[in-house]
Design a protein around this ligand. Structure first.
Ligand code: IPM
Ligand code: MN
Length: 357
């Protein structure tokens, strides 16, 4: 298979973790005889310093021409405030690159060996955690208009159409069908009109998925249930803002943001977008201590969802698990008696597993 991948390392630890993900993709290409070509492009502060824009036109073109987009991280809390909000890297780069990619998949899985890193007590995670948040990514409060400051007031708009809910509901049901066949739709239908529409449409779509068990949960209750008994969840489908918040909460079940990948996919007419969910973490940038696993797992999602290379993606995920089982740990997941390794040592260990098969 021959594919072009746009690679946007970005700011902070983005470059370090992206380098490890690319090493892993190369190892996959070697072992299975694929050819992956990488087109590197500027984004974030690196792009502002070079071109004046956090998302230069050239980068947009590179992304459009690619088969998939791999993104590191953008933003620098020291420099961001020097720009007006609408010109800062996060909104400019992320919200633009995500356009059309309406489904954001955020898995949160506790590796058995890492259960005691969870922010929850061991009893709360004893039945294991393996959930997938399907977050609607291109609607709701993020994009709704009007959205503006009005003197000493401000307005944001939450709006959803039947079509927007229908297509994300289908992603949720399809994902649940490939997992444990349980879908929890999260809304605030006791208060929000958007959520009432959401629930109506999800129920309608559910008729096409009789094999998937559907339940509905209010978002406040879901936030509570996630820390009370996360093992009850399989697949969660929810609107943009709720998904943003619940996925950060879910990351703490696992214990480190450095472990969680994500994929943003659309209807297939444009390249999908893969990124670790951690940000640019400028406080640890350049120290070689960042955890590359979220980026490496994002690369596995790229192989799976954009290229349909399931065997290769499984091999990457298994390589990560086995390296962890052998006791290698970056600083954020260090435990007593384990071997502390750098960003690149972790990447090398995963690569070696993949090469050995
Ligand atoms: C995320 C981030 C972004 C979001 C920000 C940086 C715009 O928090 O990917 O979850 O809110 O979607
Ligand atoms: Mn977020």
């Amino acid at each position: 298979m021959e594919k072009n991948i746009a690679v946007l390392p970005g700011d902070g630890i983005g470059g370090e973790v992206t380098a490890e993900a690319v090493k892993v993709l190369d190892a996959v290409a070697d072992r299975w005889g694929h050819a992956f070509a990488y087109q590197y492009a500027l984004v974030g502060w690196a792009a502002i310093d070079n071109t004046g824009s956090a998302l230069p036109e050239e980068t947009v073109e590179t992304c459009k021409a690619a088969d998939a987009i791999f993104f590191g991280a953008v933003g620098d809390p020291k420099r961001d405030p020097t720009l007006p909000p609408a010109e800062r890297p996060e909104p400019v780069a992320l919200l633009t690159l995500r356009k059309g990619l309406y489904a954001n998949l955020r898995p949160a899985v506790i590796e058995p060996d890492l259960a005691d890193l969870s922010a929850l007590r061991p009893e709360a995670v004893s039945s294991g955690v393996d959930l997938l948040i399907v977050r609607e990514l291109t609607g709701g409060l993020y994009y709704g208009r009007p959205k503006e400051r009005r003197g000493d007031a401000a307005v944001d708009t939450m709006a959803y159409s039947v079509e927007e809910v229908d297509r994300i509901a289908r992603v949720g049901f399809e994902a649940a069908r490939k997992r444990r066949k349980k879908l929890t739709s999260v809304d605030k239908a006791n208060i929000l009109a958007c959520s009432q529409l959401w629930r109506e449409v999800v129920v309608e779509v559910s008729k096409e998925y009789p094999d998937v068990e559907l339940d509905h949960m209010y978002v406040d209750n879901c936030a509570m249930q996630l820390v009370r008994n996360p093992g009850q969840f399989d697949t969660i489908v929810t609107e943009n803002t709720f998904g943003d918040i619940l996925s950060d909460e879910a990351s703490m079940l696992v214990g480190s943001l450095g472990m969680l990948p994500s994929a943003s996919i659309g209807d297939g007419s444009q390249p999908a977008f893969y990124e670790p969910i951690h940000g640019s973490a400028p406080d640890i940038a350049g120290l070689g201590i960042a955890n590359p696993i979220a980026a490496i797992r994002s690369a596995a999602m790229l192989l799976r969802y954009s290229f349909g290379l399931n065997e290769e993606a499984d091999a990457v995920d298994n390589a990560v698990s086995s390296v962890l089982r052998e006791g290698l740990r970056t600083a954020d997941i260090m435990q007593s008696g384990k071997r502390r390794v750098s960003t690149s040592e972790m990447g090398d260990a995963v690569v070696e597993k993949i090469r050995k098969g």
